[in-house]
Design a binder for this molecule. Structure first.
Ligand code: F6P
Length: 553
């Protein structure tokens, strides 16, 4: 079973694509003019999705473009493919499996049977075990081998087994339990383990080894480093007992967990139909559950689910992830954008762009469609970003006045997590003034006449003109609650999916990461000094390894 259609539709063969091409050919963006001539534009292009208020009016579109984009979605079968994903069909074609992250957030009374498996019951069984374990750590009922309560939880994982929990732990900082800290080790650079473990007391530290496959070199190496650090610090204690009290695991490969020496009773499973970058809401979120507690985590899941419902049930013309995904296609394939900025005006979302890099680029960085045929269009744009206002003093110059088109999503919340005043000034209001001002400046710019009217000397006028017509989406929420965080993540999951369906690619595989992993294995002996292995490398690699061996102290 490979989904609703046997092969993807080539988007460039559709009528809508031809119409979009024609519209792009004489496209003359004019946000100032469009706003002046069309008082209904903001209402028409502002949408709500769960708790999110999304203003797309500063996008570079007119109604004819939006309607052609919606026709494109219909012609490529977006709704059918979306419904197939929710039903659990094998939309991850190259791995012949469902992509069922949406099932991780179904309420317990929902029903979904996939390939003979009662998915909802299994999801909630694991959730109950996760919640029970987290409660024991949070209450102090779970102790380390010396009987002391756990003070620090260290998640060892990489990619999807790290970025989601690490991002959400930061985002939900105000909801963390005091006296219980989480840290994250991901990088194979031993500096990561060394600096993360520095200052920790092994007696009060709990490690969560998070790896879907339990075969990832970085994670297993770091897990062994941590085990050695633990046993060294707890010398005199029974080693098996120490590992049992200080190591738990999250994986789909429970046999490998047991081989590593972790008690299967302390392992939390998930399923091959959860992609790594879609796994924050599975047991991979265990560190987050420990930090914020089961009730708050359940709110995160409810937020995800609310956005799933919006994506699944809202007509395309009012469907926020669909519209945002289609706008990205318009910018990428018709207006020449190559990158997309995500700019949270919320310091707590400072890891959100990094999280989105994996979600979007591992999903949509593909050159063949899901039937193996080459794509006929550009695919996945480069996602990047930093929180505002920091970015304003770093790279916004290029967005405002550079030669490249960089669509940008601006994200902000109304209620500050930490309301502070500078004298009489509410600092969050000052901060939000920047949020509002930036999208206005990007959209409407500043003309030469306006610059002159400020008394600018003529020779400086060109440098001070802002061309405007730089597209932005403004996303606002009442506050950065657990639910809103779930909604934001699900929003981008579905934007990514929408784009992938248009391009006809499998957004759920990641074969492109394999070659580097294989070659690293082959290079290891050469790095360690095996001359025969070094001689098998290309000339550049040989010379780099030789440099390393000469300079290593
Ligand atoms: O190498 C890429 C990748 O497979 C990601 O897709 C995944 O999130 C990450 O590695 C970690 O994989 P695992 O959870 O199996 O250790």
């Amino acid at each position: 079973m490979s989904g609703p259609a046997d092969r993807p539709v080539d988007p460039s063969s559709t009528d809508a694509w031809a119409r979009l091409g024609a519209l792009a050919a004489d496209f003359d963006p004019d946000l100032r003019g469009w706003f002046a001539a069309d008082p209904g534009r903001v209402d028409r292009l502002t949408f709500t999705a769960a708790d999110l208020y999304v203003d797309l009016s500063k996008s570079l579109v007119v109604d004819r473009v939006v309607s052609a984009l919606l026709d494109l979605a219909r012609e490529v079968g977006l709704e059918e493919r979306r419904d197939a994903m929710f039903r659990g069909e094998h939309v991850n074609v190259t791995e012949d499996r469902p992509a069922l992250h949406t099932a991780l957030r179904l309420p317990p009374d929902a029903h979904l049977e996939v390939d003979g498996q009662d998915v909802v019951a299994e999801v909630h069984d694991v959730l109950r075990r996760v919640y029970d374990f987290a409660d024991r750590v949070r209450s102090g009922a779970w102790t380390g081998v010396t009987g002391e309560r756990i003070r620090t939880v260290v998640n060892i994982g990489i990619g999807g087994s790290d970025l989601g929990p690490a991002m959400a732990y930061e985002a939900l900082a105000p909801y963390r339990q005091a006296g219980l800290e989480c840290r994250f080790i991901s990088n194979n650079d031993p500096t990561d383990a060394a600096t993360t473990l520095a200052g920790l007391d092994p007696a009060t530290t709990l490690f969560i080894v998070s790896s879907k496959t339990f075969g990832t070199l970085e994670t297993l190496t770091n897990a062994r480093l941590c085990r050695a650090w633990l046993l060294d610090g707890l010398s005199g204690q029974d080693e098996t007992e120490a590992v049992a009290k200080h190591f738990v695991a999250v994986s789909t490969a429970l046999d490998k967990v047991a081989e590593f020496g972790i008690d299967p009773a302390n392992a939390f499973g998930f399923w091959d139909w959860v992609g790594g970058r879609y796994s924050l809401d599975s047991a991979i979120g265990l560190s987050l559950v420990v930090a914020i507690g089961p009730e708050r985590f359940a709110e995160v899941l409810a937020g995800f689910h609310a956005m799933d419902e919006h994506f699944r049930r809202t007509d395309l013309a009012h469907n926020v992830p669909v519209l945002m995904g289609l706008l990205n296609v318009w910018y990428t394939n018709f207006l020449g954008a190559e990158t997309h900025a995500v700019l949270p005006y919320a310091q707590l979302l400072h890891r959100f762009p990094a999280y989105l890099q994996q979600l979007t680029m591992e999903s949509n960085g593909k050159s063949v469609r899901w039937d193996g045929s080459p794509v006929s269009t550009d695919t996945g744009e480069v996602f990047w970003g930093e929180p505002g206002t920091n970015g304003q003093h770093a790279f916004y110059q290029l967005i405002h006045q550079g030669t490249r088109l960089i669509p940008a999503d601006f994200i902000a919340v109304a209620t500050p997590p930490y309301p502070l005043k500078d004298g009489e000034t509410d600092v969050h209001e000052l901060f939000l003034a920047n949020y509002f001002a930036q999208t206005r400046a990007l959209a409407f710019g500043k003309t030469a006449d306006e610059v002159r009217a400020e008394g600018t000397p003529e020779r400086l006028v060109p440098a001070r003109v802002f061309p405007g017509n730089r597209p932005t989406a403004s996303i606002m929420a009442p506050a950065l609650t657990p639910s809103v965080l779930g909604q934001l993540v699900a929003l981008y999951e579905h934007i990514t999916f929408t784009e992938g369906v248009v391009w006809g690619i499998d957004s759920f595989d990641q074969w492109g990461v394999e070659l580097g992993k294989q070659l690293a294995q082959q290079v290891i002996p050469a790095v360690a000094g095996d001359e025969a292995a070094a001689a098998e490398q290309d000339a550049s690699t040989q010379s780099l390894i030789a440099y390393y061996r000469r300079h290593r102290q």
